[in-house]
Ligand binder design. Structure first.
Ligand code: ACO
Length: 414
């Protein structure tokens, strides 16, 4: 087991100073024209290409190893996800979000770890009240974390204490926003409740049944961490500049807001509503695919096997007392969808992903679909902040190069 270095042992690499701006200078007479071709407008011999034009380039950085982590291991071929070596299914069955967050931050497994929600500073409440009525929850959360950052001392390097404070703050802030937009007053944290129970209490004003809080806790565990996804990479880039933890998480929330990343399980809800009943599933799916649509909750960039997070959440959803009526529909539609996807894509396994069974769990605990993406962001706070700690512990400014494909050096028009 590799422990995350403690705050005391963290030291930034001496090599990390400077802005690392080592991009070849196109004015130095070596610039390549668009598409690697030479331009007639260049004033110098354009036959010389820069060495950067010949270096490998992977659009979207796909397949590029951009760092090292001891936080999670994703085995897409075998459908395995490990946090610091521990199987996600075991963490869901025997752990808590507080224990998993603590594991990610410190490297230590402490089943009794606690993490109540935190207080929301007055400045943040004032900020949330000033937002337009139409504000989306992801925008509100991003704004709240930014405002929170301005109320805190967050010196470099980030610490476990900072990570804990920010992770505890955000559920209270999102709950406060949800109540303010509904014309209700925010509710103070109850220190007796752990983070997911506290979040539901501060949203609704009612302390949740243990079974309901447990279901949301399971969702938070599977959402806590997932390698170098786009928002986590954003958090690491920001941290690598020695910026503060709040800034790293603000950037991460902004990245997760994009539909290509935050992937709303609310779309699973919409799609199942359109299917309507198990007997319509086959016809609906075939028509949707014929229209070129994608089935929400299926397929993944990394997993070729059944997403282990989906498996864990399906078990949770099936065990819930207040499961949405359409859970049985979802299970029936899944079988049909997997069969048709296998038929259409015999060479590319397209299996159920985490979003499919996140939807019934989130519905079942009483969240409205518009809160799903921001709630996913709350869960991912543990991973984002753990990656910030890991980045800072062995920091080097993240500053890749880019291939210049613009015009070669030329004179301004007269
Ligand atoms: N339904 C139907 N066909 C699909 C689906 C799907 N859900 N996913 C992929 N395919 C097909 C594509 O049409 C493509 O077919 P083609 O080769 O005939 O053109 C082939 O499978 C490969 O698709 P890519 O887009 O290259 O696969 P990629 O790995 O880039 O996509 C993604 C992954 C974005 C998740 C995709 O599977 C998808 O759009 N799924 C639906 C949305 C969804 O569930 N998102 C949540 C993902 S989990 C998460 O973000 C936490």
């Amino acid at each position: 087991m590799t422990d995350s270095p403690s705050a005391e042992t963290r030291s930034e690499s001496a090599a990390a100073s400077g802005d690392g701006d080592r991009t070849a200078d196109p004015t130095a007479g070596t610039a390549a024209a668009p598409n690697g071709k030479t331009s007639a407008a260049t004033t110098d011999a354009p036959g010389e290409m820069t060495d950067q034009a010949h270096r490998p380039f992977s659009p979207g950085l796909e397949g590029v190893i951009a760092g090292e982590t001891s936080l999670s291991f994703i085995d897409g071929a075998r459908g395995r996800l490990l946090y610091r070596g521990y199987r996600i299914g075991d963490l869901v069955a025997h752990g808590s979000y507080a224990a998993v967050a603590n594991l990610l931050w410190t490297g230590t497994w402490d089943r009794s770890a606690r993490l109540p929600t935190g207080a929301v500073p007055d400045a943040v409440i004032t900020t949330l009240r000033a937002l337009p009525q139409t504000t989306k929850p992801m925008d509100a959360l991003r704004t709240a974390v930014s405002a929170w950052g301005s109320t805190q001392e967050l010196p470099w390097p980030p610490t476990v204490e900072q990570a804990r404070a920010l992770t505890a703050f955000s559920p209270s802030a999102l709950a406060a926003f949800a109540r303010i937009r509904a014309g209700q007053e925010p509710i103070e944290p109850d220190p007796a409740l752990d983070l997911t129970a506290g979040y539901l209490y501060q949203l609704t004003g009612t302390r949740p049944e243990p079974e309901t809080a447990r279901a949301l806790d399971a969702y938070f565990i599977v959402g806590a961490e997932h390698g170098f996804n786009a928002s986590t990479f954003t958090a690491r880039v920001i941290t690598s500049t020695r910026s503060d933890l709040a800034s790293a998480v603000v950037g991460a929330i902004g990245t997760m807001k994009g539909p290509l990343h935050g992937g709303a399980p609310s779309e699973v809800v919409d799609q199942l509503a359109q299917v309507g009943s198990p007997e319509h599933a086959e016809a609906w799916i075939r028509e949707a695919l014929a229209r070129g649509e994608r089935l929400m909750g299926f397929g993944h960039r990394v997993y070729r096997a059944y997403d282990p997070r989906a498996a864990a959440l399906r078990t949770v959803a099936e065990g819930m007392e207040h499961k949405p009526e359409w859970l049985q529909l979802a299970i029936a539609v899944e079988d049909v969808a997997l069969r048709i996807l296998a038929e259409k894509h015999p060479d590319r396994p397209l299996k159920t992903n985490v979003e499919y069974y996140a939807a019934p769990v989130l519905m079942g605990v009483g969240l409205t679909p518009d809160l799903f993406p921001a709630t996913f962001s709350l869960a991912r706070h543990a991973g984002w902040t753990a990656h910030a700690l890991e980045q800072a512990a062995n920091n080097r400014l993240i500053r890749p190069d880019v291939n210049y494909v613009g015009p070669g050096e030329r004179d301004l028009p007269a």
